[in-house]
Design a protein around this ligand. Structure first.
Ligand code: E4P
Ligand code: PEP
Length: 370
């Protein structure tokens, strides 16, 4: 009998492959904490668990036409500072409570940034914003922030970009997005099929909605794929499929928030046998990346809602404490409350947008009841 031992080389293999054919372009391999360790350090209190469960269920009810509120995913383009994110969350919580009859507010708490080419990839990947890639620190800071936001009573939404990072925070997330650059990725569709929360798929960066409609079809099916358990072991995950997925219109070569665009997207979804419904991203290519244009887009979308369009089930807004954006310059201090990725509207500019959307929901409700 040939034993495994018989194949063992006389000199055990080190992490550096003497054959020089493996890891040729790997500079270093550093240890990563396991999701289980992080959850032991930062467990979800019962109140947080209840909030996550109830807000996921509420979002699902909106998507299935059992709640006529509007889902509003609103917050910074990216998180880069705990205290500033909490200052924003406290302001948002007050608005969310005041408008809760009309709006189901979810704070946009984005830790992972997909880049067109290169750039800062977010709070998890490089929390110190200096190229030190302190990912263990980033994971801990991300989980700690979500727990603090949940403690205010505000549910959290995030983009799932890395395929392992969900194991560290997804138990605390009420709504997830798959971005325009990854909606067509099989791995991300499989991930969405196993996520516990509702998931929005952005249309492609060129504006194509078909990739997002295909993504919903893929994500609602069961899949088997390779992943990592909470204990950090390789495993085969078999999913049940996610019935709470939807499209997010974010524009492409041209904006796609108009009534005609909503009609076209809903026709496509209907033909594919999917619920004809959309979330509209007021930002990105819908605002031509000019943050103040989000206010005009909101006005147009509010008019569509007020006209009775129940297929608009959600909107996304990029908003921070202060308006605009800033570059990360090594050694230079950052301005307080200003986005370090895409430009955002300020919180003061966001409040009337939320009020306008809430008024539109009231009008839609009255119209559709009559
Ligand atoms: O939302 C943020 C950005 O639009 C996205 O991450 C792409 O950014 P980039 O084109 O600046 O790389
Ligand atoms: C990256 C984002 O959007 P998109 O995928 O639409 O570019 C985002 O919402 O942060």
């Amino acid at each position: 009998m040939t034993t495994l031992h018989a194949h063992r080389p006389a000199t055990p293999l080190s992490t550096h492959d003497a054959t020089r054919i493996d890891d040729v372009r790997i500079k270093s391999v550093r240890p990563l904490i396991t999701p289980a360790i992080l959850e032991e350090w930062l467990p979800a209190p019962v109140a947080a668990q209840r909030l996550v469960e109830s807000s996921r269920a509420a979002i699902s009810r909106v998507l299935h036409g059992q709640d006529d509120r509007l889902i509003v995913v609103v917050g910074p383009c990216s998180i880069h500072d705990h205290e500033q994110a909490m200052a924003y969350a406290r302001l948002l919580q007050a608005q969310a409570a005041a408008l809760s009859q009309e709006l189901l507010v979810v704070m946009r708490v984005y830790f992972e940034k997909p880049r067109t080419t290169v750039g800062w990839k977010g709070y998890i990947n490089d929390p110190r914003m200096d190229g030190s890639f302190a990912i263990n620190e980033g994971l801990e800071m991300a989980r700690a922030l979500v727990l603090d936001v949940l403690a205010l009573g505000l549910p959290v939404g995030t983009e799932f970009l890395d395929l392992l990072s969900p194991q560290y925070i997804s138990d605390l997330v009420s709504w997830g997005a798959i971005g325009a650059r990854t909606t067509e990725s099989q791995s991300h569709r499989q991930l969405a099929s196993g996520l516990s929360c509702p998931v929005g798929f952005k249309n492609g960066t060129d504006g194509g909605v078909k990739v997002a409609s295909d993504a919903i079809l893929a994500a609602q099916s069961a899949h088997a794929f390779m992943g990592m358990t909470k204990m950090g072991q390789a495993a085969i995950f078999e999913t049940r499929g996610n019935q709470d997925c939807h499209v997010i219109l974010r524009g492409g070569k041209a904006p796609n928030y108009s009534a005609a665009d909503v009609q076209a997207a809903c026709d496509m979804l209907h033909k594919a046998g999917l619920r004809p419904q959309v979330m509209i991203d007021l930002s990105h290519a819908n605002s031509s990346k000019q943050h103040r244009r989000q206010i005009d887009v909101a006005q147009d979308v509010a008019a569509q809602i007020a006209a009775g369009d129940a297929r608009i089930t959600g909107v996304m807004i990029e908003s921070h404490l202060e308006e605009g954006r800033q570059d990360i310059e090594p050694g230079q201090p950052l301005k307080h409350g200003v986005s370090v990725t895409d430009a955002c509207i300020s919180f003061a500019q966001t409040v009337p947008v939320l009020e306008q959307l809430a008024a539109a929901v009231r009008t839609r409700r009255a119209k559709n009841k009559a």
